[in-house]
Design a protein. Structure first.
Length: 313
């Protein structure tokens, strides 16, 4: 068992979250086992993010970098490139680490040399930071509550992404480096973390522990709010991975995920058009969605429409 202090790098990309990013940083500084470094990458925020973070950077509490707006994945890759910890944790600028998260996750990886990634449970909080119930009014788990899986998890993750946020995880640096200098695919939007987990779990074991890891803030600017764009990019992810995969069993699981993702993309896009949702799908998205229309999608759309009309009366 290693006796040297763990070198943990926490990477926080931030964009237009000046009112929240300081809370995210504070949740890291308040850890019982503070990290070796906190790397904050300002992804071209047009607000006063720079002014708010500068005192922390001047005091040496964080390492601060700024770049022109290039997207969250590019900012995460930039943070990874300039960091040096043997363990890496990504934290979104609107979320909070749970107390003691880094300490127990370092211990978990140190005690399990076969695992490249360890993750824990997530709890939802409101935009104001108020804890949200795990169960809905019908007594079922809310969508952000997921059962974790351990060991060879590729098949489980190919069926469904069970890790809601990268902030739940701690990852070995050498495992991330095995994917290349830029471990996150910046051509994807919203599902780049799912893509990362699939590529990592194809090579390494994961470990889940039913312990608090993250407080996940739910508000109007969550990526999950733009379902058409998210499911469209999941289709792109599947197409990319299928082009690279040679194992017949894994190819079949990826084809199934692609079919279900295309169904979801068609449904979510047409539903957003009907409901005049914001952000509104682009004409190109609508045309692409029509290509994936199947009877089951139309039935699902009709069922949802009838349910919404009944609920409104």
């Amino acid at each position: 068992m290693p006796t040297h202090p763990p070198r943990v790098s926490v990477i926080i990309p931030t964009y237009k979250r000046a009112g929240l990013v300081l809370s995210a940083v504070r949740s890291v500084l308040d850890q019982s086992a503070p990290p070796y470094e906190i790397v904050v990458v300002n992804d071209g925020s047009p607000d006063d993010t720079h002014e708010r973070l500068k005192p922390l950077a001047d005091a040496g509490s964080i390492r601060y970098f700024s770049q022109e707006n290039a997207g969250q994945s590019t900012a995460r890759n930039r943070g990874f490139a300039v960091s040096s910890g043997e363990y890496v944790a990504f934290l979104d600028d609107d979320d909070l680490f749970a107390s003691g998260k880094l300490a127990w996750q370092v211990e978990a990886l140190r005690s399990d040399p076969n695992a490249a990634l360890v993750y824990g449970s997530l709890r939802g909080i409101s935009g104001a930071g108020v804890p949200l119930p795990d169960k809905n009014k019908r007594g079922k788990n809310n969508w952000w509550i997921e059962d974790g899986v351990s060991g060879d998890v590729w098949g489980a993750l190919a069926r469904k992404n069970r890790i809601i946020s990268p902030g739940q995880c701690l990852i070995r640096r050498d495992a991330l480096l095995s994917l290349g200098d830029d471990p996150l695919d910046s051509s994807l939007w919203g599902c780049e973390d799912h893509d990362l987990y699939l590529r990592l779990s194809a090579r390494y074991a994961f470990r889940f522990e039913q312990r608090p890891a993250l407080y996940y803030r739910l508000h109007d600017t969550n990526v999950s709010r733009d379902q058409p764009r998210l499911t469209q990019n999941t289709c792109r992810m599947c197409e990319k991975l299928l082009a690279q995969e040679t194992d017949p069993g894994r190819r079949e699981l990826l084809r199934r995920l692609l079919r279900s993702s295309r169904d979801s993309f068609a449904f979510q896009t047409l539903r957003a058009v009907r409901r005049h949702a914001s952000p509104r799908p682009t004409p190109e998205m609508i045309i692409e969605a029509w290509r994936y229309i199947r009877p089951r999608v139309l039935f699902r759309l009709l069922k949802a429409t009838l349910f919404e009309r009944t609920s409104a009366t």
